[in-house]
Ligand binder design. Structure first.
Ligand code: PLP
Length: 401
């Protein structure tokens, strides 16, 4: 593919010559590959999937290799690695860069599963010094990063409070201390945000979300420009941890990636319209969406993102009882965890995604019993608004005697 081709053009291109003129990746299931003979000169290190050479399915697989090339290109990096889940990708990133005794500095508003990984695995079990900081303030990050810091790990925008951090500024802080800077770019997707271009060393995705886009595959990806980081990640994916993406999921991911730009534009258009509709609605006490001018980091969003994404959160006026009634009223939208699929998903963090972190931590983070996160799908937005109206009516019906 010509480098100057636009994102949508590169997204649909096949990077591999499959030998039959295929315009989509075949699903290669073979777990092992026949060799031509015994070659005393050959080193296993020389097996090059890019040249159509394969040895064993854990090390590399043609379908997975193809989607890794597609991921690298779309995320603007040299090398990509596809994993069994976003969680596997993030754990591998951490294990590939930190060394014994290192400090890890992370955003305090991380994806709940990542937060628990950092606390219970890396801090409590493996003994890393993990500092969680309010990364909306770059100065706070600068104060936390020191000479012992091996990794700075951020998400932006975050979940569920849609907070942002300044990727370019934090990249400079990390570089000044020789720390690797990783960004979980799941929420924005490479279509709306390119952390590597802004200075990150490695970018992570739960491909389960927008990249697959159809809620039918669990997966993750890491993309990097740094050859040392890439070597460590590649070793861990193939040998150290063996947590790579299976071929069928790689095929689904490749298929999803082709429509990423088209889907993101609709997700964003719908999210913007819903955010404006909810903003100022009498049953709503707060709306969190970076596309709203009232979002405290709207300017930063305009600077570092090419779009505001498809996820918004809002606070219902009321508490747990009102939240239950609102959910009873909706019909079109699905009450379900996860995000980034074509269908709208309604998440109630207090009882769903953020239930495991406990009430105390939720209160600290500002996650109330009436907070909802909406992964706005690509349905007709008129129907989505009508569904919100049904939810709000269910609320009124019981609050008015
Ligand atoms: C879902 C998610 C993850 C975890 O990904 P899995 O594919 O569920 O393992 C990590 N980070 C963010 C921001 C996510 O939304």
């Amino acid at each position: 593919m010509e480098e100057e081709a636009a994102f949508d053009t590169r997204a649909v291109a096949e990077y591999t010559d499959w030998g039959h003129g295929d315009v989509v990746s075949p699903i290669h299931l073979s777990s092992t590959y026949r060799l031509d003979g015994i070659d005393p000169e050959m080193s296993l290190e020389d097996v090059d999937p890019g040249a159509g050479e394969f040895l064993y399915g854990r090390l590399s697989n043609p379908t997975r290799h193809a989607v890794e090339e597609q991921l690298a290109d779309l995320a603007g990096g040299e090398l990509a690695f596809a994993f069994a889940s976003g969680t596997a990708a993030i754990a591998t990133a951490v294990l590939s860069v930190v060394e014994q005794g290192d400090r890890i500095v992370a955003f305090d508003d991380l994806y709940a599963g990542t937060r628990r990984m950092f606390e219970q695995l890396f801090r409590d079990r493996l003994g890393f010094d993990v500092a969680f900081v309010d990364a909306r303030e770059t100065d706070i990050v600068a104060d936390a990063v020191d000479g012992e810091t091996g990794l700075v790990w951020m998400e932006t925008p975050t979940n569920p409070l849609i907070q942002l951090c300044d990727i370019g500024a934090i990249a400079e802080i990390a570089a000044d201390h020789d720390a690797v800077f990783g960004v979980d770019n799941t929420f924005a997707s490479p279509y709306f945000q390119q952390p590597l271009e802004l200075g990150a060393d490695v970018v992570a995705h739960s491909t389960t979300k927008y990249l697959n886009g159809h809620s039918d595959g669990i997966g993750g990806a890491l993309v990097t420009d740094d050859p040392h980081v890439a070597e460590a990640i590649g070793f861990n994916q193939q040998v150290g941890l063996g947590n790579q993406m299976p071929p069928f999921d790689a095929y689904l991911l490749s298929r999803g990636l082709k429509t990423l730009g088209a889907r993101m534009r609709i997700h964003e258009g719908n999210a913007m319209e819903l955010a404006s509709y909810l903003d100022g609605h009498e049953e709503v006490s707060a709306v969190y969406y970076p596309g709203l001018e009232s979002h405290p980091q709207h300017d930063l969003a305009c600077e570092q993102m090419d779009g505001f994404g498809g996820v918004l959160s809002f606070e219902l006026a009321g508490g747990m009882a009102e939240s239950q009634r609102f959910v009873e009223g909706i019909e079109t939208m699905n009450l379900a965890v996860s995000l980034g699929g074509v269908e709208t998903l309604v998440n109630h963090p207090a009882t769903m995604t953020h239930e495991p972190i406990g009430a105390e931590r939720r209160a600290e983070l500002g996650i109330s019993d009436s907070l909802f996160r909406i992964s706005v799908g690509i349905e007709d937005v008129t129907d989505l608004k009508a569904d919100f109206e049904r939810g709000f009516r269910a609320l009124e019906a019981t609050t008015t005697p």
